[in-house]
Write a protein that binds this ligand. Structure first.
Ligand code: ATP
Ligand code: MG
Ligand code: FE
Length: 337
């Protein structure tokens, strides 16, 4: 079967085609309009989705060598995400499915981030533990099978991607700052400055304290030396990145022990971070884990991950009717939520 998938939850407009479980096209249009505002502006995101959605879908079909009439289903991101942005994708998907007379498949964006691991080989084996780290989420998820996922830990305040972006903003880097912190960190000393690890109970995370500690630290240093940031950018970036990674991996380690799982995956935009990828790989070797790290193009938002998730839902016959609504706070279906 051939499925067209549409992703529009935040600031990427993307479309992909999956055929028999193989992703055969994936087009991503990133919205640059938000850079100047230091964060995603919801209203501008909706408008940019409206502008991009038709050309992005056309290009995805063209790259796949597929005509609309060849499609067996249309998939779209149901949530979580920005309501206005989600609505652009869902309205488009609904009208397309209706006009073609084919089923509609609603996808959970966070489940799709995890199932990005099934786009290519090798796949993690069930049950596996996934650390999902993105712009809006930080979750530890026990993945029982493609469609059954259990959140066993999550952030109580900011997401780790937000922590990257907010600290980047504090030192004057444009949005999204995560990739820039990563870049400068590569030439810096991760142990140059120390930031406290705000402890949280169990498998939950907290990142808002780090941001405040970072802000206070900088204020003090800049008072002593107005050029502190300029003169120490690599060390500052390396140290903050090191702190965030340490917090993530500490909880991951704890979860592997608690659930006795050694199949370990990471997913979401922050899994593109080179420091996290490297440190996790080293830790995996030391602990005897099988570590799965997504290809760069499947870390941040893309419709390929929506398409592969749609493939599994199609096989199970999990379709939506046209009354389906977008849900900005959509949770996983399944157990223990
Ligand atoms: P969610 O998936 O929770 O709805 P989102 O879709 O906005 O949020 P993603 O697109 O998955 O998030 O990820 C974007 C986040 O990833 C941003 O916070 C960005 O700074 C971060 N990010 C991307 N690349 C890197 C990197 N190399 N290092 C650190 N952070 C990164
Ligand atoms: Mg984005
Ligand atoms: Fe995302």
């Amino acid at each position: 079967q051939t499925i067209l998938a549409i992703e529009s939850s935040c600031d990427e407009t993307s479309a992909a085609v999956v055929q028999g479980g193989k992703v055969i096209s994936n087009i991503v249009a990133t919205q640059s309009v938000h850079e100047q505002y230091g964060g995603v502006v919801p209203e501008l995101a909706s408008r940019a989705h409206q502008k991009h959605i038709v050309p992005v879908i056309d290009q995805a079909l063209k790259q796949a060598g597929i005509k609309k009439q060849d499609l067996d289903a249309i998939a779209f991101t149901k949530g979580p995400g920005l309501l206005g942005a989600l609505l652009v994708g869902s309205s488009f998907a609904k009208s397309m499915a209706q006009s073609l007379g084919i089923p509609l498949i609603g996808i959970n964006h966070m489940q799709a981030h995890i199932l990005a691991h099934f786009i290519d080989e090798p796949h993690p084996k069930f049950p596996f533990l996934c650390l999902t780290v993105s712009g809006g989420h930080t979750q530890l998820v026990v993945v029982h099978d493609h469609l059954t996922m259990e959140v066993v830990g999550e952030t109580q305040d900011d997401a780790v991607g937000e922590a990257f972006d907010k600290t980047a903003k504090i030192i004057g880097l444009p949005y999204p700052g995560g990739p820039l912190i990563d870049k400068y960190a590569q030439e810096g000393n991760p142990l140059a400055y120390e930031f406290p690890d705000v402890s949280t109970t169990g498998l939950n995370f907290s990142f808002s304290g780090i941001k405040t500690a970072f802000l206070n630290f900088l204020r003090k240093e800049v008072q002593k030396d107005p050029d502190f940031i300029k003169n120490n950018l690599p060390d500052i970036c390396a140290s903050i990145q090191h702190t965030l990674i340490r917090i993530l991996l500490k909880k991951l380690k704890k979860a592997t022990k608690q659930y006795k799982i050694s199949e370990i995956a990471i997913a979401g935009g922050v899994s593109a971070n080179s420091g996290l990828r490297k440190t996790l790989q080293e830790m995996g070797k030391e602990k005897g884990w099988n570590v799965y790290i997504p290809k760069f193009e499947y870390c941040t938002d893309n419709a390929a991950m929506i398409a592969i998730t749609a493939h599994y839902k199609y096989l199970k016959g999990e379709f939506e009717d046209l009354t389906v609504t977008s849900n900005p706070r959509l949770k996983f279906e399944g157990i223990n939520q």
